[in-house]
Design a protein around this ligand. Structure first.
Ligand SMILES: C[S@@+](CC[C@H](N)C(=O)[O-])C[C@H]1O[C@@H](n2cnc3c(N)ncnc32)[C@H](O)[C@@H]1O
Length: 399
């Protein structure tokens, strides 16, 4: 790929993507994982989609080492690149795995959808479903109005009785995605991470079955639209992708993968977000301890009062970045979305030195684009409010 040609293409993109894009219903366009699972600091799908289109070819391997709910993974899949995604958060990797499975052209989606919708039919309001829950699941109780919680426990009961793994995983995604929405405290992930429960006068009944049905219908209809627009080669491409493991619930430093053609990622920013704790409700529903995962989370906000937090971030990211630069094939690109801090911000030198380190690991800076962070992402916490811009940085391994 000629660097001048690529630079020209990259400069023709409006990286803010802040206009209303009307995609034509009969062409390929980015798939928005965020519509199906709310997760902090996810990619606008247009970012990885555009980078993958410009910086790789069909059949190339694209890695996101901080893959979250799979935004890079799914765009790679749709563009017929071999996707690989790693994330230490098991709730996020389940979302990525379920979406990947639902895109299987061989899958009977209509039957699966009807089975999922049928779960709504057997609810009996005279039954107390909360008695079937474990102590950890009962911790969810404080977030919901009484009847709403009984209906959620009904879904948990259904989830525990299913044997079909695929059905179980989709149900896991949908229940996990509904838990924050149906809560009586709807202030965002930071409040959930900090365990700020609703006040006594805030409890409200929420439409559990309507929410469930509309989520199932949206999920299946969007996947159908994206598959309808796929090329004729997609089915055989997809079948080949299933030959090896592609989604890892671990750090890239702990797994073996072959060299990759392109890396597109948005790493955790220092002291900014609690990705694991933000999924507190899903961990409770699944009877899993989030503390088993927070220890591995780079940059976690919950460690913000630790005076070594920035130094630890630098060390952890240094190890991961070295591994990533080794994994990249010669000629391959490495794209990062990083925070564009104000001069006065104590985290700026950490990010600046990280950017320099890529050159020390053998990469060449190709380009850098500033982008404005949409306000819906900035208003969720005070930390975000101070961050107005981020930058997309593109490196290449030239030799
Ligand atoms: C900015 S988010 C990425 C979101 C992703 N781009 C998406 O659209 O879903 C950063 C991710 O890094 C993950 N993470 C934190 N520490 C990690 C580690 N050591 N290895 C792998 N993933 C990690 C977090 O769980 C989080 O999902």
């Amino acid at each position: 790929m000629d660097t001048n040609d690529i630079t020209h293409k990259l400069h023709n993109i409006n990286w803010n993507f802040d206009f209303n894009i009307n995609y034509s219903s009969d062409s390929l366009y980015p798939f928005d994982c965020r519509k199906h699972y709310s997760y902090p600091a996810t990619f606008i799908p247009e970012i990885p989609y555009t980078l993958i289109e410009i910086l790789s070819h069909k059949g190339d391997t694209v890695l996101d080492p901080f893959g979250g709910i799979g935004t890079t993974f799914i765009q790679s899949l749709l563009l017929e690149r071999n996707p690989i995604s790693c994330d230490i958060n098991p709730i996020a990797t389940n979302v990525c795995s379920v979406l990947y499975e639902l895109f299987d052209p061989n899958l009977d989606r209509e039957t699966l959808k009807q089975q999922l919708l049928a779960f709504c039919n057997n609810y009996d309001e005279t039954i107390d479903y909360t008695i079937n829950t474990t102590d950890q699941q009962k911790e969810l109780n404080d977030w919901y109005e009484k009847e709403t919680f009984n209906k959620i426990c009904y879904f948990i009961f259904q989830y525990n009785t299913i044997e079909d793994i695929q059905l179980c995983n989709v149900l896991k995604l949908v229940i996990s995605s509904m838990l924050p929405t149906l809560s009586s405290q709807n202030k965002g992930w930071a409040y959930i991470a900090d365990n700020v429960k609703p006040k006594d006068d805030e409890y409200r009944s929420k439409p559990v079955f309507e929410t469930y049905k509309s989520r199932i219908k949206l999920l299946f209809s969007e996947i159908e639209v994206h598959l309808k627009n796929q090329t004729e080669t997609f089915k055989s491409f997809y079948n080949k992708t299933t030959e090896s493991q592609r989604i890892f619930n671990s750090s890239i430093v702990d797994i073996n993968v072959s060299k990759v053609d392109l890396i597109v990622t948005s790493p955790p920013y220092p002291k900014m977000i609690d990705y694991v704790k933000s999924q507190r409700m899903a961990f409770n529903f699944l009877n899993q301890k989030y503390s088993d995962y927070t220890a591995h989370e780079v940059g976690a906000r919950c460690r913000r009062s630790n005076k070594n937090a920035l130094a630890e971030y630098k060390t952890s990211m240094g190890t991961i970045n070295k591994r990533l630069c080794d994994l990249l094939k010669i000629g391959g690109f490495f794209c990062l979305v990083l925070p564009d801090y104000a001069e006065s911000d104590q985290r700026k030198p950490i990010i600046d030195s990280m950017i320099k380190s890529y050159e020390e690991y053998g990469l060449t800076l190709i380009d850098e684009f500033k982008r404005y962070i949409p306000s819906h992402r900035r208003t969720v916490s005070i930390q975000w409010a101070s961050l107005v811009n981020e930058k997309i940085i593109i490196f290449r391994k030239e030799n």
